[in-house]
Write a protein that binds this ligand. Structure first.
Ligand SMILES: Nc1ncnc2c1ncn2[C@@H]1O[C@H](COP(=O)(O)OP(=O)(O)OP(=O)(O)O)[C@@H](O)[C@H]1O
Ligand SMILES: [Mg+2]
Length: 484
């Protein structure tokens, strides 16, 4: 058989990869990934909708020398299967080129390492004209013309990316200024969320500062860690020796949040849509607000968010895409995630009842609890930690547990308030006030609890602290004596 060497046509390949589907914010995040991998502690994003509009991203990372920069400009600069450092946010050897040229026709990279400046440029117009992979090498005068080059020199080390010929950013808009006004708040929000753990300087990460036109970004933690509850213990799953760490949280109820916090969490509608798993690849948020079809987006789980930390060594198993915007769990992990989702569905209900300030003061364990919400309204909830309910929940299967919890909620929200109000106003005697019936019921229940217990003494001691049993100490003693 004869071998043919068939390299791609430069202009066709470069134009086609522009359509990988990057949004402006995803493209910028992909460039920032490179800066973070290069251990930058400060990144400046500048944009200028002037006569010569441009977009620049400047970092103070390690920078590249001439050879490294040549390689960085190559499509496929590193093999996707190559083992990467554990803190490397890259995978495909494409992002710098594909992300940049999805937004502009001219990409210039200037890098400063060990006091030496190097500059390279891909210009799609030139490539289309020459039909060749023509990479331009910038001379000193060319480099000095690049916007913000002085800032790179001041940093002493780092990289400056410059996007010009911004054809894609302006598509469908009247003016670049208008586009920037519309798109930059989205970019800001995206970066504040995607890199929030770097912006906070989480343990083990270099604390990162990001500025857009000199305005600092604030990390936006979608878990509000300080206020949320971790409802289940951490769970670790291992694949081929690599660890996946899963931490399930429940956000505080809306009545316990400020309006800024609610907005940051996605607003009241957003809360529901953004429940689900939050997948962090090397601490960088990749995918969020999805249950991966392991559960439905229910109102009842709208405060549930599960942090999943994955390492870059499992990219293939998670089928990470070039834009780092899609990843789905491998089957082994799905099983663990499903188990967690099911547990959350139960656990989260308990948190709903702590939505307001508990107002019922009593040392006994109460069946009904009165809560005062932030907005001044009050509500009555059936205490899910009431021992008889808890015992029952533990003794039945998952599907019955769900039914029981739904039933309790149904009872709570269907208290016949109006009818009760009318009856009380009319001084009607309602049968729930019937002492004889109460006594009879309590007697029956205690007898039943004693009959299924190994230690009636303990049962009675517990009930002495549980409302309404605690109101009948004589009866409880009498029933205990009957046993012995
Ligand atoms: N800001 C930067 N500072 C230092 N080196 C950089 C920077 N940007 C890119 N590089 C180098 O250029 C290479 C190519 O970057 P590119 O984003 O194209 O691919 P990648 O990061 O390796 O993988 P991916 O396609 O997943 O992003 C990087 O691997 C890195 O060595
Ligand atoms: Mg990259």
């Amino acid at each position: 058989m004869k071998e043919l060497i068939l390299p791609p046509y430069a202009p066709v390949l470069m134009e086609s990869t522009r359509a990988l589907g990057y949004t402006l914010e995803a493209a910028i995040a992909d460039i920032l990934d490179n800066s973070i991998t290069a251990e930058a502690s400060r990144i400046d994003i500048f944009f200028e909708p002037s006569d010569n509009p441009y977009f620049s991203i400047l970092d103070n990372g390690s920078g590249m020398n001439d050879l490294e920069l040549n390689n960085a400009m190559r499509y496929g600069s590193r093999h996707p299967k190559e083992v990467r450092d554990s803190n490397d946010l890259g995978r495909f050897g494409l992002g710098l080129k594909t992300a940049s040229l999805s937004q502009c026709r001219c990409l210039t990279v200037v890098s400063l390492k060990k006091g030496i400046l190097s500059g390279r440029r891909w210009d799609l117009d030139l490539i289309s004209q020459r039909q060749e992979w023509v990479l331009l090498e910038l001379g000193e005068t060319d480099i000095n013309k690049i916007e913000h080059i002085n800032k790179l020199i001041e940093n002493k080390t780092g990289t400056l990316i410059s996007w010009t010929k911004l054809d894609r950013i302006i598509v469908g808009e009247y003016s670049l200024e208008e586009t920037f006004n519309k798109k930059m708040p989205i970019v800001r929000e995206h970066l504040e969320m995607v890199f929030h753990r770097y912006l906070k300087g989480e343990q083990g990460l270099i604390k990162l500062e990001i500025f857009i036109n000199n305005n600092p970004l604030q990390g936006n933690d979608p878990f509000l860690i300080e206020k949320s509850y971790q409802i289940l213990d951490d769970e670790k799953v291992f694949i081929d020796g690599s660890e996946i760490l899963i931490k399930p949280y429940i956000l505080p109820h809306m009545s316990n949040l400020t309006s800024t916090e609610i907005n940051k969490l996605g607003g009241s509608d957003g809360l529901r849509n953004q429940q689900g798993f939050y997948i962090y690849r090397n601490k960088r948020l990749v995918v969020w607000g999805t249950w991966f079809r392991l559960a439905r987006m229910e109102d009842s789980s709208k405060l549930a968010r599960v942090m999943v930390d994955i390492p870059n060594s499992l990219d293939e198993q998670w089928t990470l895409d070039i834009r780092k915007s899609i990843a789905s769990p491998p089957d082994v992990v799905k099983k663990s995630l499903k188990r967690i989702v099911d547990k959350i569905a139960l656990g989260s209900k308990r948190v709903w009842v702590t939505r307001g300030r508990r107002e019922t003061e009593s040392s006994n364990i109460l069946l009904w609890q009165r809560f005062r919400n932030r907005d001044g309204t009050v509500q009555y909830d059936i205490n899910r930690e009431y021992p008889l309910i808890e015992n029952l929940l533990e003794s039945i299967g998952e599907s019955e547990q769900k039914q029981l919890i739904n039933l309790l909620r149904l009872i709570e929200i269907n208290i016949p308030m109006n009818a009760l109000r009318v009856d009380f106003n009319n001084d009607c005697k309602v049968s729930m006030d019937d002492e004889d019936e109460k006594l009879e019921l309590i007697r029956k229940m205690v007898e039943q609890l004693i009959s299924i217990s190994n230690d009636p003494q303990v049962v009675i001691e517990k009930l002495m602290k549980v409302d309404p049993f605690a109101n009948y100490p004589e009866l409880l003693k009498e029933l205990l004596e009957e046993v012995y």
